[in-house]
Structure formats: C-alpha cells, structure tokens
Design a protein around this ligand. Structure first.
Ligand SMILES: Nc1ncnc2c1ncn2[C@@H]1O[C@H](COP(=O)(O)OP(=O)(O)OP(=O)(O)O)[C@@H](O)[C@H]1O
Ligand SMILES: [Mg+2]
Length: 340
C-alpha cells in the first residue's frame, strides 16, 4: 500500500507497543486535559464510593484514541473495584455475556467497547441485567428446556462507542450518565507529550512538544505515537535530545507537513481541487479517489480537516470552503489566484 507508513501513524487501533512501553495514566491527575468531564466523573465516583454503592451506568461517546478505556480504568481505580474489559462484537452469544456478568463481584465495572456492535439478542440480556441485576438463562434443551431468572451482583456498565447515532433507544435510556469526549486542545496534547517523553527518558522542550501537538489531530494516541517516533530520531542522531530541528525532521520523514496534514490529507484536498474545482463531491467518490474505504475517510481523515477549516460537509457532498480555495490552488497547482 502506498501510504502504509502513514496509515501506521494514524492507525487508531491500540498497538502492542502502546501497552507495554508507554506511560499509562492511573489517576485523574495523570489524565491530562478534559477538565470538565474529569471533574464530573471525580464527583460521581467519590460519591458512589462514599455511599458504598456501584456507580450509575455510564455511556461514553468519543472518537477513537481519545482515552475512553483509560478513563474507565481510572474510575475503577478510584472506586477500588475490578474492571472487566470486553467489546461488543466479541460477544456473539447471550451465553458469553451471561458468563461475564455472573463473574462480576459487587460494584465491579464491566466495560464494553463498541457497544453499538453488540448483537440484538445479547443487548436484550443486558437490559434486565442493568435494570434489575438479574439475567434469564435457558437450562436444558428441547421440550424439557426452561428459563431460569438468576440474580447477579450489582455492577456498573460503562459502554463506550465511537458512533453515538448507532445506540438503540432502549439501551441508551438505561444509562444514568451520558458524556462525550471531545478532541483535545493543542496545549493539553503538549502536556501529554511531555508526560510521555519523561517516561521515555527523551529530552524535549515545550516548543518541540507543541510542534508535535499541532500534528496530532487532537488525539492523545496519535500524539504519543508521534512522540515515540521522534524519540527514535533523537536517540539515533542526538543523544535523546529532541530539538525542534529533530522534531521537524521526524515529522517530515513521516510525511506530515507544517499544518499537521498527512500525505493522504493533501492527496484528498488536491483531488477535490484538481478534479472538482473545490467540490462538492460525494463521500464515496472521494474515498475511491484516495484508495481508502468510506468509514476510514469519515472517521480518520475528515474530522481533522473539518476542524481545521479545510473541508465542509454539505447536502451535496464534501467541498472546500470558498475562502480556502485560493490558498490550496496556490499550494497544489502553483496557480496565481489573480489569474485563475
Ligand atoms: N487524558 C489523557 N492523558 C494522558 N494520556 C492519555 C489521555 N487520554 C488518552 N491517553 C493515552 O492515549 C492512548 C489512547 O487511549 P485509550 O486507549 O484510552 O483510548 P480509547 O478512547 O479507548 O480508544 P479506542 O476507541 O481505540 O478504544 C493511551 O496510550 C492512553 O494512555
Ligand atoms: Mg479503548
């Protein structure tokens, strides 16, 4: 694949590297940024702990890599309970969910990632588990089979999803707390980069951290990934000192430009300018032009371009906002805007 290196950097899956060798925030203090959300959750968890009750069921929306899993683990730490982590598509049969539910100790947290991808039958088991802390199971087979209603320990369900529109209404209504994680501000990302670099024992200034933050698409996972690559450069060329020049070199090497745009971002904008004179153009056409699937285009590339003002969604498709067109024509076509 032509853009495999880049896809690696933007890839929003958790990498093994991320788990084993990187800093993991364990307290609310170590979880940087997201001040308001953190304050609320701190109150909810402390209050529930004081009452010696499980926390209310909690639904958490947010794009990949913003820290949903990390935040849930911190909540479990603060409450002093276990957390079981699983994902919606992993639970194929109702028995899978019942087995997990009956293994929970009182007040434990069950974290279900991508909860919108749970099969309907499994989701229905969850309803009575969440509401009454009971599950129905079928014992035996054929004519002798009977349904038994079993109690389970009171627990907290944390449901995480990247797609808020896909949660069914009955499921959504059973959550007591619903919150959204937003993209991070650059200054918060810079703090996260400094936190990671300290752990990685790589010397980096605030200015250099800011430079990486600008290219991180508001996403801690990308910030930390870029930091690890910068560290490689610093280690090999400059005794673990990540100067601004080294950061700039590393970013260039990874195909990221001064505006934080990757090769695919630039290709996408260039195609809209070259082939459609700025748009509008349909999502599917665009996806095939850059050789990515629709979902990746929508969840990985577009949010950043839209936030940066390079792209707009309209009823007729994607387009480049008129005020950006001269700038991009200059960039891609080298055209003087007065003549075009
Ligand atoms: N607020 C934060 N402060 C410091 N590090 C963070 C913060 N949020 C996330 N991270 C780091 O970013 C990485 C991604 O976080 P996490 O895995 O929790 O994201 P996620 O939202 O669960 O992603 P996914 O949707 O892919 O499951 C982790 O390495 C985590 O330690
Ligand atoms: Mg996660």
């Amino acid at each position: 694949m032509e853009n495999s290196e880049e896809f690696n950097i933007l890839s929003l899956q958790e990498t093994p590297e991320e788990k084993a060798y990187d800093f993991v925030p364990k307290t609310f203090d170590e979880y940087l940024g997201q001040k308001e959300l953190k304050q609320k959750l701190q109150v909810y968890t402390t209050a529930a702990k004081e009452r010696d009750e499980p926390l209310d069921h909690f639904l958490l929306f947010g794009p990949p890599g913003l820290g949903k899993t990390t935040l849930s683990q911190i909540m479990a730490n603060v409450m002093g309970v276990h957390i079981k982590i699983c994902s919606g598509p992993m639970m194929e049969r109702t028995g899978d969910l019942v087995a997990i539910l009956s293994s929970l100790e009182p007040k434990d947290i069950l974290f279900i990632d991508e909860i919108h991808r749970m099969p309907t039958a499994v989701e229905e088991v969850l309803y009575s588990a969440m509401e009454h802390f009971r599950v129905d199971i079928i014992i035996g087979q054929g004519a002798g089979a009977k349904s038994v209603n079993l109690p389970i320990n009171p627990f907290t369900l944390i449901g995480a999803t990247t797609k808020s529109g896909r949660i069914s209404a009955p499921l959504r209504s059973r959550f007591g707390i619903t919150e959204r994680l937003d993209f991070y501000e650059e200054k918060d990302l810079a703090q996260i980069i400094l936190q990671t670099s300290k752990f990685l024992k790589c010397d980096i200034s605030k200015e250099s951290a800011m430079l990486i933050a600008k290219s991180s698409r508001g996403t801690p996972r990308i910030a930390k990934k870029l930091m690890r690559r910068v560290r490689d450069f610093a280690q090999v060329t400059n005794k673990n000192k990540a100067t601004q020049a080294i950061v700039a070199q590393a970013l260039r090497f990874l195909g990221i430009d001064e505006e934080g745009l990757t090769k695919v971002d630039n290709l996408l904008l260039r195609k809209i300018i070259e082939n459609f004179n700025g748009g509008p153009v349909g999502l599917e056409t665009l996806a095939s032009l850059i050789g990515e699937d629709k979902d990746t285009l929508e969840s990985v590339y577009e949010p950043f371009l839209i936030r940066k003002g390079f792209l707009q969604k309209t009823p007729r498709g994607r387009q480049i906002p008129p005020r950006m067109i001269p700038l991009l024509k200059q960039k891609f076509l080298g055209q003087n805007t007065f003549l075009s």
